[in-house]
Design a protein around this ligand. Structure first.
Ligand SMILES: [Zn+2]
Length: 312
């Protein structure tokens, strides 16, 4: 188990510590800090930090929470559990990439933060992007990448100077931003890595969605992996506070296999097992459905630089 450095967290929009109302008290034990818990797409354990809502801007965050050193160690040792969901994730993320691409004149260089095994980098190349690079803290995940994308993956955390400034036409973050301990610093690094007019595509959980409001503390997104919980309004404010112009944002539709959806059903375990068995036996489980399940997307743009001497 790593040394856990719990510390007060700060609202990245307002820059304030404290100044927040408690939504749910903490319910985790120190055993939660292991790489299995901090692995991609595992089933949620329903453990979380103390959850608060900023009195200034409404952003929901964990406070106190583990700092960057702890998270960096946990994610570097985490593993990958996407498994059979990769075709459905490619379909979902690809659909939003196509949407974002409409704001850009070109399909040039793409960067994905938290690219896992690089399956989305493959999809971006298939969609016509000239170049696809990624950053991924888990070496085990990056090792699973196919040779066509492996060379473009840097193992580690996104940091200043990792990529040449202005190199990328678009940066993508899928179910990543809500895990980040310092989203303001990360967005500044992303902005620097983008060319003027470059785009950011974000897709993550939506704490303002109907399912999240209905389930409250019982929602699977209220989880120790999520340092921040965004909604369309609060993510828009965060992006604007880091100098981006938000082009569009709203609830996201995800594609899932019936196998995956069956795991989410609020049924007793034996019934769930029976349903999963029937789906697998019939082959129906691989069918894909596109449904709104509490996610949101946002497309933002780094403003074009002003003409030298052109300002007043
Ligand atoms: Zn705030």
């Amino acid at each position: 188990m790593p040394k856990v450095d719990l510390r007060p967290s700060k609202c990245p929009v307002c820059g304030t510590e404290g100044n927040a109302g408690e939504l749910y008290p903490a319910n985790f034990g120190m055993e939660a800090f292991n790489p299995e818990v901090f692995s991609a797409r595992r089933l949620p354990d329903r453990v979380h930090y103390r959850i608060v809502r900023c009195s200034g801007c409404g952003l929901v965050r964990s406070d106190p929470a583990a700092g960057p050193e702890t998270l960096s160690e946990l994610y570097s040792r985490s593993t990958l559990e996407y498994g059979a969901e990769i075709p459905a994730l490619k379909a979902t993320y690809g659909r939003y990439l196509e949407k974002a691409s409409r704001y850009s004149g070109r399909k040039g260089a793409l960067l994905e933060i938290g690219c896992g095994s690089g399956f989305f980098l493959e999809e971006a190349l298939r969609m016509g992007y000239a170049e696809a690079m990624g950053v991924e803290p888990s070496a085990a995940a990056a090792e699973q990448a196919v040779p066509s994308v492996r060379a473009g993956i840097r193992v580690g955390m996104m940091g200043p100077g990792l990529f040449e400034n202005g190199r990328f036409d678009i940066a993508c973050m899928f179910q990543v931003l809500d895990h980040m301990p310092d989203p303001a610093a990360l967005l500044d690094q992303v902005r620097a890595a983008l060319r003027p007019g470059g785009l950011v595509l974000v897709l993550n959980h939506d704490v303002e969605s109907f399912s999240s409001r209905l389930l409250g503390e019982g929602s699977p997104i209220v989880d120790i992996e999520h340092t921040f919980l965004y909604g369309v309004g609060t993510l828009t404010r965060l992006m604007e506070s880091r100098g981006f112009s938000v082009r569009e944002a709203g609830p996201a539709l995800n594609s899932y296999s019936l196998n995956y959806l069956a795991r989410l059903l609020p049924l007793p375990a034996p019934l769930k097992k029976a349903a999963a068995g029937a789906l697998a036996a019939s082959g129906l489980g691989r069918l894909r459905m596109t449904v709104p399940l509490g996610n949101m997307y946002l497309i933002a743009q780094r403003p074009a630089d002003r003409e030298p001497g052109g300002g007043s």
